[in-house]
Design a protein around this ligand. Structure first.
Ligand code: COD
Ligand code: ATP
Length: 305
């Protein structure tokens, strides 16, 4: 195994661990976790574990594409989309036809490849260089795709036609704005305050749910339901969020309510997994980090060894 294989394997490993960290975060209202299957009848934690096992080599392969084509970001994206389609097939094979990680393949695939490209080019990766690379890889292609779309087939595409929302594509086009401005700062603050990591992940998920246009919620319902979920998440956060004493019992009640109403914030769950991946990759554990509200790019620097 040469140096590049090792780097790619390490990136794949970090992506894999982040998928598991996401699904083990409990209790997440409406989502699959260790407490319940949420508003999902066809999958449970073991379905997610099988899916994560199947996907691990694909994230490493996507990182390898980034390493190989660091100077042609456009080509990286076109190559990893082909790998992404194969990854989706492997996921459906591992889960007997259930969509556990489609959004995650897209989001984590893009960032795994971008990390590989940055490390090969600079020997290090920062939030800034990562998002610059990500933009060079995806922005033009996705903007053309969204504006030129004629066939509206998938859930996300139907949302685009009906409501103009851009879902996972929009998040990538924005340079993962929700992650940069919402979820990474919340996660970094929670970790640096030494809080229980499960609670930090729940707080991070709710910060996302309070603001992200989650295409899964829209596809199952409509924009009113999305607005309502954002409102419920804001209320939870302003009453003390995941760090209040009653948090877990409030979340269990909310889970029941979301199950009854078939609400699942799968897009936010994907963004939580990506946030865990990026925090693991970029944050150097410095205590000074607790002083900042915004994710600090310079302090976030950490060379990959
Ligand atoms: C762009 C993708 C995600 C298309 O999916 P779709 O049109 O259904 O879009 P949609 O916005 O609904 O997203 C799909 C999934 O992403 C997640 N998601 C939903 N909302 C968001 C959001 N706001 N931000 C991030 N992720 C989100 C959810 O898990 C959702 O199920 C992707 O699967 C794709 O490009 N498909 C075409 C085939 C392909 O190239 N596949 C390989 C991709 S590497
Ligand atoms: N812990 C989780 N629980 C449920 N969904 C999750 C979780 N983590 C991520 N997701 C995301 O949610 C998506 C699945 O949501 P959903 O089942 O609503 O979509 P669908 O299969 O497209 O639609 P439907 O089930 O309504 O036909 C996956 O693509 C996945 O990326």
């Amino acid at each position: 195994m040469d140096k590049n294989d090792k780097i790619a394997e390490r990136i794949g490993d970090m992506a894999y661990r982040a998928l598991l960290e996401e699904v083990y975060t409990s209790p997440k209202p409406g989502l699959v976790d260790l407490y319940s299957n949420g508003a999902h009848k066809d999958m449970d934690v073991s379905t997610f574990e099988r899916s994560a096992d199947a996907l691990k080599p694909y994230f490493a392969a996507m990182a390898q594409e980034g390493i190989k084509h660091k100077d042609s970001p456009f080509e990286i994206f076109s190559n990893i989309r082909r790998l992404g389609i194969d990854a989706e097939k492997a996921m459906y094979h591992a889960t007997a036809g259930v969509n556990t990680h489609k959004g995650l393949i897209f989001n984590m695939g893009i960032l795994s490849a971008a990390v590989g490209a940055c490390i090969e080019r600079d020997d290090t990766v920062t939030l800034y260089s990562l998002m610059e690379m990500e933009q060079a890889m995806v922005r033009d292609t996705l903007l053309k795709e969204v504006h030129g779309m004629r066939d509206f087939t998938s859930n996300g595409e139907k949302n685009l036609q009906k409501y103009g929302t851009m879902g996972a594509r929009g998040e990538a086009i924005s340079g993962y704005q929700s992650i940069r401005t919402i979820s990474l700062p919340v996660m970094a603050k929670g970790i640096s305050e030494g809080r229980d990591f499960n609670l930090v992940k729940l707080q991070t998920l709710f910060a996302l749910m309070s603001q992200v246009d989650d295409s899964n919620i829209i596809a199952r319902h409509n924009l009113e339901a999305l607005h309502e979920v954002k409102g419920l998440a804001k209320e939870f956060l302003s009453s003390g969020g995941a760090y209040q004493e009653e948090a877990v019992s409030i979340l269990k009640r909310m889970d029941k309510d979301f199950i009854d109403r078939n609400i699942s914030a799968g897009g936010c769950a994907d963004l939580l997994a990506v946030t865990i991946f990026l925090a693991d990759l970029l944050w150097d554990g410095s205590k000074e980090f607790s002083e900042v509200n915004e994710f600090d790019i310079k302090k976030g620097q950490r060379p990959m060894g």
